[in-house]
Design a protein around this ligand. Structure first.
Ligand code: UGA
Length: 443
């Protein structure tokens, strides 16, 4: 089937590559000429395990191609996927200018029936706006062409995106058109053969499903962070509590890991946007607001612990920081807890020696020549000359470090762990003082 994808960001590129991989003829369009040139030369602008291979072989097979030409893009696919960004506006609502621009282009250049598929995370009601934008362009051209608008939200996780796309838990399709539903069924047939994973519903419900899913997951995390903070004050161990409650299948073990706050391009943005949507329709989303404010505070927790340890005076202190990406297996630092920690430390006059297995270039791009930041080539280098160690991301290579050499290298034998990677007794044995999240020692 001929498919066009607008937007070669995270969702667009993974969707395009995976659909080409199963045999569809996919054209990816982006207005960013530099990005398209790179993609044509086989350079992938994001770090996602497995993506480069799929792009390489589908391009070679002629099933995946790239363009900056909007007209060519619209003409190509019967299905027109919109996977452009919806960055938050200042008030937290999603900025839809890129989505509506694509919708207008589709109306401007389409010559036959199209299904316009919204894959970007867009507020409830956007499908109707997309329909209006396409229709307005057709009217302007004096054409009465048929088209349908579908919401097909994406649930993939960075770092596991290929697997999530290839083996989805569910494929949500929101539409009132049987014709569009049939085409979507055909597109997704290769991913839906053994079990029926497609869930059909109306367009607005599909749009809300995406926000509800991310907000529910963010709620679980903020809930656990709140209980962890409580556990510290009560002398309880959140890791025991986590296992204790996770064993109840109604609660489950997934997404109940406490930490130094959730980050990334989705949870923070989507929780805020849904709360904003709620207030726009006259409803105060008390729970969503609380989820957001618990997370805001949680991102400052490591700093509070470090500052308290040094009696509130961090001037001239050097903190070794392991982990900059918002989670492992990505170089993405959007809304990462590491950024809050570094910025807090700099404000307090401390210096940071940072290492991340993948996000060094990204850190350089964001913070450039920031005073008080030294980028280190290895995790060991980050320790040299540092007073203490802080950890923000649970990369595999941080799980079993050489504790003896950590204890011998840093000036004060203290580890501030925002991801609960170790057992306190283990660090005790090496003479390291261990501050984790919700594990007995408050500050
Ligand atoms: C999230 C969702 O998990 C995906 O299902 C969704 O499709 C995606 O957003 C999206 O809307 O595009 P992602 O942002 O890639 O995926 O990352 P997650 O693995 O969900 O992690 C988000 C944050 O939560 C990370 O900072 C992570 O450290 C934190 N987290 C996660 C916790 O603090 N505790 C947990 O138990 C789990």
């Amino acid at each position: 089937m001929k498919i066009t994808i607008f937007g070669t960001g995270y969702v667009g590129l993974v969707t395009g590559a995976c659909l080409a991989d199963v045999g569809h003829d996919v054209l990816c369009m982006d207005v960013d000429q530099g990005k398209i040139e790179k993609l044509k030369n086989g350079q992938i602008p994001i770090y996602e395990p497995g993506l480069d291979n799929i792009v390489k072989h589908t391009v070679e097979a002629g099933r995946l191609s790239f363009t900056t030409d909007t007209e060519e893009a619209v003409r190509h696919g019967t299905l027109q996927f919109i996977a452009v960004g919806t960055p938050p506006d200042e008030d937290g609502s999603a900025d839809l200018q890129y989505v509506t621009a694509v919708a207008r282009s589709i109306g401007e250049f389409m010559e036959d029936y199209k299904v316009v598929v919204d894959k970007s995370t867009v507020p409830v009601g956007t499908g109707d706006k997309v329909r209006t934008a396409v229709r307005a362009q057709l009217d302007r051209r004096g054409l009465e062409l048929d088209f349908d608008v579908v919401s097909n939200p994406e649930f993939l996780k960075e770092g596991a995106a290929i697997n999530d796309f290839m083996k989805p838990d569910r494929i949500v399709v929101g539409t009132d058109s049987e014709r569009a539903a049939e085409l979507l069924r055909e597109v997704y047939y290769p991913f839906n053969r053994n079990h029926d994973r497609m869930i059909f519903m109306d367009l607005r419900s599909a749009e809300l499903t995406k926000y509800a899913a991310n907000s529910m997951l963010a709620t679980k995390i903020s809930f656990m962070n709140e209980i962890a903070n409580l556990a510290e004050r009560l002398g309880a161990d959140i890791e025991a509590v986590r296992r204790g409650i996770g064993s109840d299948p109604r609660i489950g073990y997934h997404f109940i890991y406490p930490g130094c706050g959730y980050g990334g391009s989705c949870f923070p943005k989507d929780v805020q946007a849904l709360a904003r949507t709620a207030s726009d329709c006259g409803y105060e989303a008390r729970l969503l607001n609380a989820v957001e404010s618990v997370n805001y505070a949680q991102k400052h927790v490591l700093f509070d612990k470090i500052s308290h340890y040094f009696g509130g005076d961090l001037n001239g202190k050097v903190v070794a920081l392991w982990g900059l990406a918002f989670k492992p297996n990505t170089d993405d630092m959007r809304e990462a807890s590491s950024r809050t920690l570094m910025e807090d430390l700099w404000k307090a006059g401390a210096r940071v020696q940072a290492f991340d297995p993948e996000a060094m270039e990204e850190t350089q791009r964001i913070y450039g020549d920031q005073e008080g930041l030294t980028l280190c080539g290895t995790k060991e280098q980050a320790l040299k000359g540092a007073d203490v160690l802080a950890i923000c991301t649970e990369w595999k290579e941080f799980r079993s470090p050489d504790f003896e050499s950590i204890a011998a290298t840093i000036r004060e034998p203290v580890v501030f762990d925002g991801r609960n990677l170790y057992e306190p007794e283990m660090l005790d044995r090496y003479g390291l003082i261990y501050y984790a999240i919700g594990r007995g020692r408050t500050q």
